[in-house]
Write a protein that binds this ligand. Sequence first.
Ligand code: SIN
Ligand code: CO
Length: 400
Amino acid sequence: MSAAYSTPDIDQPTPLLGGLSPREFMRDYWQKKPLLIRQAIPGFRPPVTIRDVQTLARREEVESRLIVHGEQGWSLKHGPFRRFPSAAQPKWTLLVQSVDLHDDESAALMRQFRFISDARLDDLMISIASDGGGVGPHFDSYDVFLLQGQGRRRWRTSRQADRALVPGLPLKILADFQPDADDILEPGDMLYLPPHVCHDGVAVGNDCMTLSIGFRVPSQATLARGLLESAADQISAQHLDDSGLYGHPCLPGPDLSALYTDADVPATRAPAALPDHLVQATLDTLQRIRLDSAVAARFLGQWLTSLPDSALFDPAEVPVALSTAIPQTGRLALDRCTRLMYSGPQVFINGEVAACATEPALQALADHRTLPADDLRALRPETLALLDEWMQEGWAHWED
Ligand code: SIN
Ligand code: CO
């Protein structure tokens, strides 16, 4: 592989983490306690304008919310929106999810946080607010970096254990918020919050913009259900595929085509009772379903790389065909929306199992999101054909 990659140096102290290295941040703060970082990005200018955020909130496929704290209490509306409250009206905020899917600079900003696995990275949400605007005191179930983009915001936080909510409201508002820290953030300042730390961010003055780099935290229930559903795929594909295996070629399953048999059971005096033999036979069958790390990785890889509906791709009219000729210069680059992950030989892209053969170049592409022309020359023809398919889909592009 070429040495031209930029990998995060996890031992290098960085202003982004207040002078800590990523390794120190992960050891001392991640999932443990809040961290206020003054001038995490000195001279920061947000990747989008307030008008851009409003334009996104007009779009059907973009998830947005408008929250107003008026005389009648809290109100919540979901986008798309045609009109927005004026700046003269205090106490409103507009929040737009997944801005990283729509803007290259926003996607690049989010990728500064790739010292944390892509498996956890979720999206870049951007909020704009008029004076006094905010979503109220609440807690979240994800890790978040709250980066002030424009204007000022007062953040109060609390490690309180009481997370009871006011009943009957359209949004989650803490019944008894008791802040133990209180800070005003200026553009470039950033606050890291682990899940369940209570917080309240209120705009101080108009034209407040806050960028939230959010990290999903799956529940144990989600993991367990996903794994079981993925394992069940071994059963539904009860036909021989091209490879002569049951299930997906990456994940051969058992042959379960045989019928249940109870040739030796005696006559019954309790016809309504479920036969123990059938119960045991059902359990025995389950023993034959694979439930191992490859199955878990397959579920996680497909799930974590699947995209929201708002991810749209724009393939080149005449894509480069690497399987015909690899250009002398340039590089392959993943589209900003593309999610590419791997686990051992399994490679996942945008919710699909892409490959199940060890191919270090695909792993390098996933880690660095780019692959120089020189690194493509040693690839197998089928891998080049796969990359051509990705370019035809718009999942990757050739950059000269
Ligand atoms: C925001 O208002 O920009 C962030 C909302 C939150 O605290 O989750
Ligand atoms: Co929050």
